[in-house]
Ligand binder design. Structure first.
Ligand code: OAD
Ligand code: ZN
Length: 336
């Protein structure tokens, strides 16, 4: 541990005045809270009309969207690399019908709040498992977003890795065709991380560097994720000892542990004796985020961010300007 980190960990402990929304708002308004990291999952896009994975009945893994494909051993095989290499039909069919947000899918209040955090210079990094690019559409600067499981913005060959035009690939799939690599004839797929695949280069680089933004953050917001998938779930332990961690979710998630708080990592500890830094804010994330914004006195600014977005939308004839927002991608990827 370097000197700066040691100082940070010593001075940053026990900073939440209370383990609830008031305590979080109070801490966020204090000068101690200058660097906020966010870890997010499918729950933040649910109110935009995109289902999550694991919610009972509505989650992709429990709904018709995946259970309709009887050839899949389990719904998760929809996103399994080995399975995809042997049989592309279920994924392509799912991709064509269910995977894309529509051209009118809009970022949620939670996304807009994150944009505001960024505008205020408080957001250092947003780690998202989502592939819907709604963070980018909301206007978060691309260098603040780490798409841990890739995104639909780009595509490549699943066999040799040669990149291809994501939009052309999407059109071929929607026409019922099989998009194949011009170099090796392998199947093409969007650059979303399937089970059994390496994480994107940028993520591996961050992991090699031991997640510098997380190591140096003053507050971690974990929003709308079940924390069921590694290594993402383990990122909650990369923040300094003592750094407050706030979990915003419809229900309690992850592997909380009853008993005394030992701060050794691996679990979050709301409810445990001695817990001083983990907070669960239970409920719909948009509602909780609005409550937080209100406590922070940020409602006018948040409304301003939303208005700005809506204005841009109107200028684009009601369609989200995907192309303009996807840095490094030449093609809009949502359906025409
Ligand atoms: P999950 O579906 O596993 O978890 C979403 C979480 O958000 C659940 O805990 C829900 O209770 C919660 N949730 C849903 N709606 C919410 C709302 N409106 N407000 C607050 N919370 C809400 O999705 P992820 O954690 O993102 O990976 O899943 C992680 C990974 O598993 C995905 O990236 C995907 C999947 O397999 C790959 O495909 C590689
Ligand atoms: Zn190829």
């Amino acid at each position: 541990m370097g000197l700066a980190e040691l100082f940070h960990s010593m001075t940053n402990t026990h900073s939440l005045p209370s383990l609830d929304l008031d305590g979080v708002a109070c801490y966020m308004m204090s000068p101690k809270c200058r660097r906020i990291c966010v870890m997010a999952g499918a729950g933040i896009s649910v109110s935009a009309g995109i289902p999550d994975f694991r919610s009972i009945a509505t989650g992709i893994y429990n709904s018709k969207a995946t259970t309709a494909y009887s050839s899949l051993p389990t719904p998760q095989h929809m996103f399994d690399n080995e399975y995809f290499l042997s049989d592309q039909a279920p994924f392509y069919s799912f991709f064509a019908k269910d995977l894309f947000p529509s051209a009118t899918t809009k970022p949620t209040r939670t996304h807009h709040f994150l944009r505001l955090l960024s505008q205020k210079g408080l957001l250092t990094k947003m780690y998202t498992q989502n592939i819907d690019s709604l963070e980018r559409l909301a206007g978060l600067p691309p260098d603040k977003i780490i798409e841990v499981h890739g995104s639909l913005a780009t595509a490549s060959c699943a066999e040799c890795g040669k990149s291809c035009d994501a939009q052309r690939m999407a059109k071929t799939i929607r026409r019922g065709g099989l998009p194949t690599c011009e170099k090796c004839g392998g199947a093409q797929k969007p650059d979303i991380t399937f089970f059994g695949e390496k994480l994107p280069f940028l993520v591996r680089e961050q992991m090699k560097l031991k997640m510098p933004d997380l190591r140096n953050c003053d507050l971690l917001l974990v929003i709308g994720t079940s924390l069921a998938v590694q290594p993402f779930a383990g990122f909650i332990d990369k923040v300094p000892r003592g750094c407050p961690r706030v979990f915003v979710n419809k229900g309690a998630v992850g592997s909380g542990r009853a008993g005394e708080y030992d701060d050794k990592g691996g679990q979050h500890m709301w409810g445990a004796l001695g817990n001083y830094r983990d907070v669960l804010l239970e409920g719909e994330c948009d509602r909780i985020i609005l409550q937080l914004a209100s406590k922070l006195g940020w409602m006018d600014e948040l409304n301003g961010v939303v208005k700005e977005f809506e204005g841009e939308l109107r200028r684009n004839g009601g369609k989200v300007d995907v192309e303009g927002k996807l840095l490094g991608s030449s093609a809009p990827v949502y359906p025409d």
